[in-house]
Design a binder for this molecule. Sequence first.
Ligand code: G3I
Length: 335
Amino acid sequence: PEKGLKDYYKNYFPIGVAVNPRMVQPGPDAELIKTHFNSMTPENAMKMGPIHPEENRYNWKDADAIADFAQQNNIKLRGHTLCWHNQTPRWFFTDSTGKTVSREVLLARLKRHISDVVGRYKGKIYAWDVVNEAVPDAGPDLYRKSKFYEIIGEDYIEKAFEFAHEADPAAQLFYNDYNTENPSKRDRIYQLVKKLKDKGVPINGVGLQAHWSIYEPSAQELEASILKFASLGLKLQFTEVDMSVYPKEHERRDHRDTDKSEFTPEMDEKQAAQYKMVFDLFRKHRDKITGVTFWNLSDRSSWLDNFPVPGRKDYPLLFDQNGRPKKAFDRVVQF
Ligand code: G3I
């Protein structure tokens, strides 16, 4: 059989991919997944909104389809995500009259949600992103002013980890966030996680999302993050790797008019070089890294299409729109 990414990396770490339920139906996407990946993360299917749309109703169908596919094909499964300010259904924070619920009610709902979801996939999911993106991008604060924070207080985070640990004591529990190469955000995430660890909260790892671009991060910034988070003595995973061919938000405004949505040979080359740089570092620090997951399968469809610029396509992955390996793929497996 064709040698897949996972085979090149079998002595390093599992290689994962974010999937939707359509991809695990028989067809080319399912084949691509089976060839190259030995870990999967549901892109949306296990988030609060999709899986728990009403207080007394769960929608297990999509999540089950993904979990079944993983099990049948001997692919590890990461769970994503139990507590996030995004994609949380409105009912979660309000009572039947539309009034914001109390700390006690919200904690009880969070506990029930986490026990039900983690309980259902106990033994099938080896690692959970328990709390996602709780740290704000800028400013001095450690805590994003989310509804969970406003209503419960900062201990909503440790409670979420405790509920998850109760529901599946064997699952590895991660705190997951993005922009982890930004020095200020890196320091604040570090402080948050260190606080949890020092307090004895059942946390096993830090998930670094890695929504990068062909312009950043630099090798120095990335390595600084790896070393800083590894010094916590927790597992480290890169959980949502992709590499936009456009400059990031803060530079982007100047580029809108010139963005043509084409994948140029210059982008191809720059992306291959950037992917090589990050995978060289991943391998160098293999003793600290226990997983690397791509956020989406191929350039045919990525969450970055039309985001943040409507009408603009992106090409952030190792496989092209026909599922064929790109230059970046070759560079990542040549070592
Ligand atoms: O499910 C509805 C569907 O019923 C409707 O027809 C359609 C119309 O737009 O929308 C569908 O929901 C969309 C969903 O993706 C499924 O496609 C939501 O509008 C859209 O907001 C949602 O986007 C997801 C995003 O998280 C939400 O913030 C992306 O697919 C997903 O890739 C992205 O993933 C996040 C990680 O979970 C956390 N880290 C950042 C990462 C990228 O934003």
